[in-house]
Ligand binder design. Sequence first.
Ligand code: NAP
Ligand code: GFB
Length: 323
Amino acid sequence: MSAVILVTGGTGLVGKAIEHVIESEPQDSPFAKRPGEKWIFASSRDADLRDPKRTLELFEKYQPTHVIHLAALVGGLFANRERKATFLRDNMLINDNVLNTARIQKTRKVISCLSTCVFPDKIDYPLTEEKVHLGPPHDSNFGYAYAKRMVDVQNHAYKEEFGCNFTSAIPTNVFGPHDNFDLKHAHVIPALIHKCYLAKKNGTPFKVMGDGSPLRQFIYSRDLAKLFIWQLREYDDVEPVILSVSEDDEISIRDVANTIVKVMKYDAGAQFENEPNDNGQDRKPASNAKLMKLIREFKFTPFDAALQETVTWFLDNYDNART
Ligand code: NAP
Ligand code: GFB
């Protein structure tokens, strides 16, 4: 089958992971690039997707048959807390332009991204796909959360009115090579890797925000990449699917920090700032039961091994990484 797969946000953490998998999987792997497929990994320099004209030019240039839509304004707890209107507006503009342009261009399929942080903050656990809209999200990132929730609403509306094959993924927290390691605005794992690196290098304390009690699930970017490739090829339902490790794999921020100390061979320990307001959401345990029923034999990379690969990439690429 000839196909042109456009990956918007193709130069980010998840986009780079998809590129790595497509280029390195052995031919007999279900995640390998198939004959006749052309993969395009677009960045904001190819088109600022907040602009409908640039979005249309990008689609006209490549004529994608399929889109994995990753492009977004993305950040951790502290980036989201400071810029709720910007996270709301930029992501709504990007999502509206990509979906409407895909409709106009008759793109065969679009997979867009929500995130487990968009679920209602106070709701019975575990989080499952049908609970996305059943209450307000955590206050810390309501701008991003509502922009992302609208993708699910848009997918249903475009399907009903125009018959579009639009669906979405709900990844949990992601980490891996090519992440954003910015000390203030990154997600917790890349931020702590960078902080621990500087503490070891400068003999300064390794400071962790909050008290370490919150729990998270983390998926390695290269595992998530395989799940996106699976969803592109095998999943055609408008309803979202959570792409995550099991809820049994929840890990505390304290254990994350201590694992980073171990992997980076840092002699001193982590120091917790203990400001409760900096904990963000207590937990967001998402069930991957729907996914595992659909792709039974999938094996996730063990957390320590994934963290080691990420740290190795960071140390080897420090000068070019987003820091
Ligand atoms: P990332 O590393 O920050 O990459 C963002 C990508 O989007 C980059 O390629 C960036 O291009 C592009 N982009 C940003 N603004 C754009 C614009 N205005 N026009 C066109 N492209 C733009 O993000 P990520 O972590 O890979 O996230 C990818 C997707 O996964 C996002 O939709 C995010 O919401 C979702 N997600 C992420 C996580 C996580 O923990 N990281 C968790 C759940 C869901 P440049 O390289 O040119 O800046
Ligand atoms: O990845 P993160 O920033 O976002 O994790 P969320 C925040 C948790 O890590 C909080 C602790 O419990 C923080 O107290 N933490 C400790 C740190 N030290 C640090 C640090 O130096 N940097 C950061 N960032 N955290 C995000 C959403 O929520 O989840 C985004 O805000 C996105 O929209 C992402 O969807 C997946 O997991 O709290």
